[in-house]
Design a protein. Sequence first.
Length: 103
Amino acid sequence: MRSFILLTAVVALSACTWVPLAPSAKGVRVIAAGAAPANCEKQGEVSVSVKDKVAFYERNNLRVRDELETLARNEAPGIQANTIQPLGDPANGEQRFAAYRCR
């Protein structure tokens, strides 16, 4: 019975998104990976990370990606950026984004 309760708690917690979008990040847009966007000035890069495993349980990849993107959006206003672009796929709960100031 204890194992069942523990497993249920882990599964329930893994479905939650723990990273809220900051009010200042609501205007930050995310563009697809690829070439640098036109009419934009690169402000730098943002590196973010979240837990991709909880004990023996691997978290849902889409939730991890969503949280990484939200964290990167939250960081962008701090370097005067309004657009972010992934520089690669997430690996071990980490991802890097290019940050741009676009018109």
